[in-house]
Design a protein around this ligand. Structure first.
Ligand code: 15L
Length: 274
């Protein structure tokens, strides 16, 4: 029975995966900087600050595979991103290597490529176009994953997660929605598939309006069950409550792109008017 470490156990995704993973991985060690408020008596938890290598090494002891959901999960001040995602990301891969962990699934994000326009369908092999400091930290994490796979033989899977939740929240999220059970499938592929060396998959369900070519995940057996078209009415009702965002509405990263934007708006073409 593999021992699996999940970082970020108190965060949004971690909180949900804590309920979904134990039937598949009963020996699940949870970690975060502080314990989840509702930690159960049957759950194993060890606190660790990702910016401290010794603490990260301690949680990697005796572990076979890591689901790395820890770190800063939205745009934020540089020092927070630096400590949690840049230094924290390095510490995670370095500690995994030192402790002989075999596999890492790294929670990357759509914000690694957020500045691709929505009309541009992209694969996982495109040049990164991060839409903020957070996006840059995810590109860095993917690069670390490639390095530790190629140089040290760690089996690494990076998931460019779209928007995780029970339903897509607005128009943008219809294209990038990820149902929790589908994320579990992707984690299992990363932790178990014999042919993983270094892979990047999009963390997206069966979204007809996807901006991403995720064929590589399908080649590894991914069969998502969430269909965002089933939730369009809800998503569009929520969209109607939002103000137009000329920059964010053009790019895949949405409001992450318009946040702090003072670039050249003449580069943004309204494709619907062409
Ligand atoms: C992310 O990477 C964030 O972690 C999440 O909070 C959402 O903002 C998501 O992207 C998104 O793009 O909707």
């Amino acid at each position: 029975m593999p021992r699996i470490l999940m970082s970020g156990a108190s965060g949004g995704i971690g909180t949900r995966l804590r309920k979904l993973l134990p039937p598949i991985y009963p020996d699940l060690l949870l970690s975060d900087i502080r314990p989840p408020a509702d930690l159960g008596a049957n759950e194993q938890f060890k606190a660790a600050d990702l910016s401290d290598l010794a603490q990260v090494e301690a949680i990697c002891e005796g572990v076979d595979g890591i689901l790395h959901f820890g770190g800063y999960s939205v745009e934020g001040p540089w020092d927070d991103i630096l400590q949690a995602n840049i230094i924290g990301g390095y510490n995670l891969f370095e500690a995994a290597y030192r402790k002989g962990v075999k596999r890492v699934v790294f929670a990357s994000s759509n914000h690694a490529v957020g500045f691709y326009p929505r009309h541009h369908k992209i694969g996982t092999d495109v040049t990164p176009r991060p839409d903020g400091r957070y996006g840059v930290s995810k590109v860095f994490g993917e690069a670390l994953g490639a390095l530790y796979a190629d140089k040290h033989g760690l089996k690494v899977t990076c998931l460019r997660i779209g928007n995780f939740g029970d339903v897509p929240l607005d128009l943008r999220r219809i294209s990038i929605w990820l149902k929790p059970e589908d994320l579990v499938q992707l984690c299992q592929i990363g932790l178990e598939h014999p042919d993983i060396h270094f892979e990047v998959f999009y963390g997206a369900s069966l979204n007809e309006r996807a901006w991403w070519d995720n064929h590589r995940a399908y080649e590894f057996g991914y069969r998502p069950t969430g269909r965002s078209e089933d939730h369009v009415a809800h998503a569009m009702a929520e969209q109607a409550k939002l103000k137009p965002d000329p920059v964010g509405d053009h790019y895949q990263g949405g409001a992450f792109c318009s946040n702090e934007f003072d670039g050249d708006t003449s580069r943004i073409i309204d494709w619907n008017k062409r």
